[in-house]
Design a protein around this ligand. Sequence first.
Ligand code: FPP
Length: 251
Amino acid sequence: MTTADKNISIDFNRVPKHVAIIMDGNGRWAKAKGQERTCGHEQGVTSVRNVIREANALGIKYLTLYAFSTENWNRPQHEVDVLMSLIVMAMSRELPEMLENNVTMRIIGDISRLPEDARQTLDQCVAATAHCTGLNMILALSYSSRWEITEAVKAISSKVAVGELKAEDINDDIVSQHLATAEYPDPDLLIRTGGDVRVSNYLLWQIAYSELYFTPTLWPDFDGAALRKAVAEYQQRERRYGLISEQLTEQ
Ligand code: FPP
């Protein structure tokens, strides 16, 4: 079925299962308006809400949002504090709507670094939505790929050390199973807002075959229509996974 929604056609049979987003440009959005950077983060929460709604409406099953990177801990303390409390407040405020829309909230990242009260609130949101079966909204919080891969290497080498695993049996699947994303499929589409063309330590293992979509739109201006536009462009791409076109049609 193809539906033209606000002039953007989506093929609902070919919606990406997993969309990952690097939400960038909050600070620049605020600066352009003569406001504090933190105002950009506040506006960014509205975009998060709109994008969750749209992802759900499109039938996307997994949406992974880069809310706070390992490197973000090095920002000025005031900004770290505002961002942390904003993320936690926003998630508990969105809880009723997530429940109403059958959205599950998950977290990946080193949350041991979060303040205890923040951790508790987020744990409650995760527990409260655990039974939901619609969109999986995964927050990457205190997350970086190098942290995640390092943790996986430690876990795998411990298993080898105690004889639970043989070094020669380690393969792609074993590595994937030791990542924070073990339960989720790899992203089909990675979106970065804010104009920069880089992947910033985000899901580096998992995006091996993802389609990459970069937009100059700053995160606070990114809305449901912007997500549909990215999905529509994704649907124009041919994913070959190292094969040639003719092999794809034979499958
Ligand atoms: C990057 O913009 C954005 C972040 C570091 C944080 C993202 C957080 C939000 C969108 C707030 C709410 C999130 C949730 C999940 C409720 P930047 O500050 O690096 O912008 P700049 O590149 O313009 O400086």
